[in-house]
Design a protein around this ligand. Sequence first.
Ligand SMILES: [Zn+2]
Length: 515
Amino acid sequence: MRKLIEVALPLEAINRESAREKSIRHGHPSTLHLWWARRPLASARAVLFASLVDDPGEYLPEEEARRERQRLFDLMERLVDWDLVKDPEGAEGENGVIREARYEIARSLARALGEAPPASPKDEERIEALLEKAPPVLDPFAGGGTIPLEAQRLGLKAYASDLNPVAVLINKALVEIPARFAGQPPVNPGYRAKAQATDRFPRAKGLAQDVRHYGAWMREEARRRIGHLYPDLEGKRVIAWLWARTVACPNPACRAEAPLVRSFWLSKKKGKEVFVVPEVQEGRVHFRVERGKEPPVEGTVNRRGGRCLVCGAPISLDHVRKEGKAGRLGARLMAVVTEGPGGRNYHAPTLEHEEVAKGAVPWWKPDIEFTKNSRHMTPWVYGLESFSDLFTPRQLVALTTFADLVAEAREQVYRDALEAGLPDDGLPLAEGGRGARAYAEAAGVYLAFGISKLLDRSSSLCVWDAGWVKIAHVFNRQALPMTWDYAEANPFGEATGSWEGMVEWVAKALEALPA
Ligand SMILES: [Zn+2]
């Protein structure tokens, strides 16, 4: 029997909703973990539905088939609308569009199997029984997990695989783990102290609450260990420290420490324009912060080369490459951004803040050379040849501290899960476990995703975005291009680049998953 997809699809609606999805952020599954080649959920949902539902022309006379097809198209137009799908409770509830879609799939399955169809979308038992017999969905190159996730949303069995272990973990976190602990109340003692018998935690809502709880614990523990590296400025919490790489001026009569700055802009917001003004005093460049129309000096380096602000000599990129390969690139603090009651504040750098940052001593770093591809990975051309070169010492300290704390949090979840009554079967997540050990590992997966997200905003390849006045992420595109000036986030803040923000992104995505 021909399926709907073989005859026609409401392409306009599918395209429109697929394009719109790119701008949807909070609570969307795509925010769980970065994946580049992400496919729109809307098109996967539409294609799965239309591949399983019979074309009405197969069982109705022409005129009736046309009307029935139109009715199915109307349903599909709602089915691709994220706003009607994003809350699984509503979408699966009475008059919910997912429930309606499952009913239509079940009707086609009944026709193919010669079994009794469900009486209505409310006939959940019959629908479930028929969906059990649906052909399973297999996605051998599942990538970001779009197809298995949407298969699960429609009540279908899905199998997924990928060669990339990151993709495999994303798929497990999207589809497999939430289903395994669906309905499980949180195990953290904070919740248990005020638990009510009437509490309900549908799907992964309990797990998401635990991710928030242990994420907050990690933040406080990290603050205790390394908080001294992140001082306030003038009583305000710092959002970001803005740095400029430096190179010795090639002019032998000068040799000044020349800051390499792509742009001195701090805020391009209309009416709130702020920028850094470099000043030369006794052969050394100093920075102050000014409001005004535009910066007197746009920058000191571009694709063609740089310029020394002290003597005006040109600085060739070849010179920068040579100095970089000799390990002689430095860094200067250029400005500090803080958050106050009135919004963002911009400050000139202080010696204290520069010294605190430079005094951080990492006890581990990823000394792994990266590929020498000068098209997509340019830092090595300037002597930054190892992954560890892409971080400030303070970033390395913070990232290793938070990463260590994931393992500690996992042990704590394990103990709390035992107290909450989860079985002590010792069976790990990877072996199908559902007990305390597996639950702790599950929480660890999502906390580790938080580290991934933190990493994406904690590298010296993160530039300051003066338009959005926030830290840009490393993977603006699928490349690691060299940066001259860069922004170092405060993981203990509340703005972009903070640990709290990362955990919240993950928890929000997790609690909105259909499982
Ligand atoms: Zn010079």
